[in-house]
Design a protein around this ligand. Structure first.
Ligand code: AMP
Length: 208
């Protein structure tokens, strides 16, 4: 299964990816997670990416495309992959198509998790993440529901940055909806429901 998860930040792509990983044991390639790990480790990539991320802007295409191409070259992706947060621009989608056709591993689906932007502002400003396992929770979680680790608020989950991320999504990423519709790969799923209900539709869409 070679899947792209599309949707605004906070639509629930990470949550749906976690369900898919648990059930189908596929590698979860989240460019946001990869960049946060690079920032934490203080690598050159992390230093380059941090200011863009803090402002809610996109990291330049050449940086992120190289990162994903390298990751897709790793053998664990031979069984399939879930791309989460990539592509985010048309240039990234075109580069991904070129790489996957080179690897002879075409996409099976682009799943759009569709959620109203105002719902997203509320979701993201109350979102918390586990410092230990990266599990996604909410302000109501005193500790990680999965591993008991400490929860924190991502630097870019404050309201001003969230609104900018949504603007960037509308301008740069939402054109990909038409792009994948044109490739007959797009499946749109209402993401404004209980995550397990959304997941049932995800599985139906994937015939899984
Ligand atoms: P996310 O966790 O997917 O919301 O990503 C967090 C931040 O990482 C984004 O706001 C961007 O600054 C950066 N980022 C993640 N994926 C990409 C991408 N495909 N292209 C450019 N920037 C990205």
């Amino acid at each position: 299964m070679n899947i792209v998860l599309l949707g605004a930040p906070g639509a629930g792509k990470g949550t749906q990816a976690a369900f898919l990983v648990e059930e189908f044991d596929l590698p979860h390639i989240s460019t946001g997670d990869m960049l946060r790990a690079a920032v934490k480790a203080g690598t050159e990539l992390g230093k380059k990416a941090k200011s863009f991320m803090d402002a809610g802007e996109l990291v330049p295409d050449d940086v992120i495309i190289g990162l994903v191409i390298e990751r897709l070259g790793q053998p664990d992706t031979n069984v399939g992959f879930i791309l989460d947060g990539f592509p985010r621009t048309t240039a990234q989608a075109v580069a991904l198509d070129a790489e996957l056709s080179k690897l002879e591993r075409p996409l099976d689906a682009a799943l759009l998790i569709d959620v109203d932007p105002e719902v997203i502002v509320g979701r993201l400003t109350s979102r918390r993440m586990c410092k230990e396992c990266g599990c996604i929770g909410s302000v109501a979680d005193a500790s990680c529901p999965k591993c008991g680790g400490e929860m924190y608020q991502r630097d870019d989950d404050n309201e001003t940055t969230v609104r900018n991320r949504l603007d960037v999504y509308a301008k740069s990423t939402s054109p990909l909806i038409d792009y994948y519709r044109g490739c007959e790969l797009l499946v749109s799923i209402d993401g404004d429901r209980d995550p397990k209900v959304v997941y049932a539709d995800v599985k139906t869409a994937l015939n899984a």
